[in-house]
Design a protein around this ligand. Structure first.
Ligand code: PLP
Length: 430
């Protein structure tokens, strides 16, 4: 595959943009090679700067559940843009989108729009701290909640570790109130609660994890978190930035039947435009300014063009109910990938949650971050590069989710599996 234009653009980009990219994983550092520069995207396909076409399973990291450039979503964006791109004042579209979110999520009585998932989580946790008057937050090893200082914490060796900054530029003091538990291990949460009685404001979790690859909660795990939060008067925050409107219209909380106190949303709720949202019980949300003392604001929050994209996306999802088909398409893909790996003699664990999946290069089930770290990332990188050469774009890291959209047709799955058979056969030789 010729990639001369992408290569040239990358050479130019690195001179002016750190690493040549606006978000780090796009740089392909975990898999080697150079990033593709994308010229356009339509349905299930991406076209790069050189005109190469790829079946896309990145889906802009989750938002593109309807496929790229859905004509109705583009129409709604164009119509909104003609009326003005930003008002810095309330508009009808945000009222309509808030109405849809509240209807879809019974746990959400009030919602505040922001411009990214990172902001949504920051807002939710600030509201939780304001509401409880407590400082500490429990997160789980391997879960990603955006790039706020105090959430850039990776776990140490133990299950109950005090936060260690995961990034230069984050003082240790800023992460001192972040405590790390182990996903799928409620006893690790209980131990932290016991060590810090009445000090924990919130437990934040990706109810189905996407950010160490796809990891499903074990039976009863989310329910147990709910129980602990009720008992200890802790605010339970579901980070559904990735899973919201993705696993079901009502997100992971609909699938697992657990009601958080607050929910962070992003990605699909903005229909491919920069939107995040956080919401939940009125008594907590009414802590937020201008009603309450918890300050949070944004110049472009509730932006009319972004609201229009989100609203149209939700309307289509509600009308077409694609979730069963998405699950079926993804299941066919995952079954085929398992089969291809078996016939190539490569041990893999393929995890699927609805239309999210990850091929882990490991010979056992992946239940938490420790399991995920056992993966052979060299093999993953070889697989990724082999697939890309055959016109299949996967997430460029072992520790990410891939996404299927309603635009992915059986022919896309067939092409992907054909590529996988070849790529997996070559994996052990790298
Ligand atoms: N939370 C989760 C679960 C995410 O997957 C992400 C991003 O991938 C974020 C938060 C941060 O969202 P954003 O990148 O829009 O700031």
């Amino acid at each position: 595959m010729k990639r001369t234009k992408s290569k040239k653009l990358f050479e130019e980009a690195v001179l002016r943009i750190p690493g040549g990219v606006s978000s780090p994983v796009r740089a392909f550092k975990a898999v080697g090679g150079e990033p593709l520069f994308i010229r356009s995207a339509k349905g299930s396909k991406l076209t790069d700067a050189d005109g190469n076409i790829y079946v896309d399973y990145v889906g802009s990291w989750g938002p593109m559940i309807l496929g790229h450039a859905h004509p109705r979503v583009i129409g709604a964006i164009a119509a909104a843009a003609k009326r003005g791109t930003s008002f810095g004042a309330p508009c009808e579209l945000e009222v309509a989108l808030a109405g849809e979110v509240v209807k879809a999520y019974p746990s959400i009585q009030k919602v505040r729009f922001v411009s990214s998932g990172t902001e949504a989580v920051m807002g939710a946790l600030r509201a939780a701290r304001g509401f409880t008057g407590r400082k500490k937050v429990i997160k789980f090893d391997g879960c990603y909640h955006g790039h706020a200082d105090y959430l850039l914490v990776k776990a140490g060796s133990g299950a109950q570790t005090l936060g260690q900054p995961d990034s230069a530029g984050v003082p240790q003091e800023f992460t001192a109130e972040t405590l790390v538990a182990r996903f799928n291990d409620a006893t690790s949460v209980e131990a932290i609660c016991k060590a810090y009685p009445s000090e924990i404001a919130a437990i934040i979790v990706e109810p189905v994890v996407g950010n160490m690859g796809v990891i499903l909660p074990r039976d009863g795990f989310l329910q147990k978190l709910r129980e602990i939060c009720d008992r200890e008067e802790i605010v339970l925050v579901f980070d559904e930035v990735m899973t919201g409107f993705r696993l079901a219209y009502g997100g992971a909380q609909e699938v697992y039947g657990v009601r958080p106190d607050l929910t962070a949303l992003g990605k699909i709720v903005g229909g491919g435009m920069p939107v995040g949202a956080y919401g939940g019980r009125s008594e907590i949300m009414d802590m937020v300014a201008p009603v309450g003392p918890v300050y949070q604001a944004g110049t472009l929050s509730g932006n009319p063009v972004a609201m229009a994209a989100g609203l149209e996306t939700l309307k289509i999802l509600k009308a077409t109910k694609p979730y069963r088909t998405l699950e079926k398409t993804t299941r066919a893909l995952c079954d085929g990938l398992r089969e291809a790996a078996k016939s190539a003699g490569v041990p893999v664990f393929v995890a699927q949650a609805g239309s999210m999946f990850t091929v882990f290069f490991v010979d056992q089930e992946v239940r938490n971050a420790d399991d995920a770290r056992r993966c052979d990332t060299g093999r993953f990188a070889a697989f990724f590069r082999g697939m890309l050469e055959k016109g299949i774009s996967l997430a460029p890291s072992q520790f990410e989710a891939c996404f299927v959209s309603s635009a992915h047709a059986p022919a896309d799955v067939a092409k992907t599996l054909k590529a996988a058979h070849v790529s997996l056969t070559r994996v052990p030789n790298f």
